[in-house]
Design a protein around this ligand. Structure first.
Ligand code: PGA
Length: 266
């Protein structure tokens, strides 16, 4: 499609899900930093983010600040509310206070496990923006959706619901994650990812205009590894990756981050 921009800095974000306690988190982030340092990696062309469980955020934030690491921090969820009687919820204000930059919204595991629908994703996206966090909105079709509706219908409608509810100049990152590819070891092909990511960019174009379509980063997620990242990153509408399982292994995640060098860990 015709929306072009070289201003979209690639983003590789590690979604740790419910893995690694705060002590393990420190060890993993330290090892990631050492591995990249050993390879003389200069993260000039890529943003690297880690998205640990809530209980790890304080420890990881302290490590990043103390060692001046070139990693960005994010959380995996937030409350639609600011504060008050919402037992177990975490406010975007608290995440911002811990120097989080990103927060996942609408990951398919939350949509499935907690019944989060588009209305909840809209509220959470609005809450993130209100607290100056960048929502990392996950969209994607199940295997059943794919068979019945094709690849793009569900992700486009999930994205449209959110876009229509936020100001057109909002900073948003979109992650296209086909549910059938998550944790399955069977990623989408890079052509499949490109096709849906291009359609999502067209959706941004039609709802929020050309400038926003050109600047919004769209990531691919679902069984990304060091052996397949380079293929995704070559595609014009894929601006990075949301990495689950492979982000728990610092050497593998370091190799993914170095996608330009085609480093592979097997
Ligand atoms: P995966 O998970 O890389 O383990 O497939 C991706 C995700 O759920 O964000």
């Amino acid at each position: 499609m015709a929306v072009e921009s070289d201003s979209r800095r690639p983003l590789i974000a590690g979604n740790w899900k419910m893995n690694l306690d705060h002590l393990q988190a420190i060890a993993v982030v330290q090892k990631l930093a050492w591995t990249l340092k050993d390879k003389n990696f200069q993260p000039t062309g890529v943003d690297i983010a880690v998205l640990p469980p809530f209980t790890d955020l304080r420890s990881v934030q302290t490590l990043i600040a103390a060692d001046n690491l070139d990693f960005q921090l994010g959380a995996q969820d937030l409350s639609p509310h600011d504060s008050g009687a919402h037992t177990g919820d975490i406010s975007g204000a608290f995440l911002k206070a811990l120097a989080c930059k990103y927060v996942l919204v609408g990951h398919s595991e939350r949509r499935a496990d907690h019944g989060e629908d588009d209305a909840v994703c809209v509220q959470k996206t609005q809450a993130a923006l209100k607290h100056d966090l960048v929502p990392l909105l996950c969209v994607g079709e199940t295997a059943e959706d794919l068979e019945k509706l094709g690849a793009s219908a569900v992700p486009v409608s999930q994205l449209t619901a959110v876009l229509e509810a936020i100001p057109s100049d909002s900073e948003l990152v979109v992650a296209y994650e086909p549910v059938w590819a998550i944790g399955s070891g069977t990623p989408a092909t890079s052509d499949q990812a490109q096709e849906v990511c291009a359609t999502l960019r067209e959706t941004i174009l039609s709802v929020h205009g050309k400038e926003q379509a050109a600047r919004t980063r769209i990531l691919y997620g679902g069984s990304v590894k060091s052996s397949n990242i380079a293929g995704f990153m070559k595609k014009p509408d894929v601006d990075g990756a949301l990495v689950g399982g492979a982000s728990l292994d610092p050497e593998e995640f370091a190799a993914i981050v170095q996608f330009e060098k085609h480093v592979t860990v097997e």
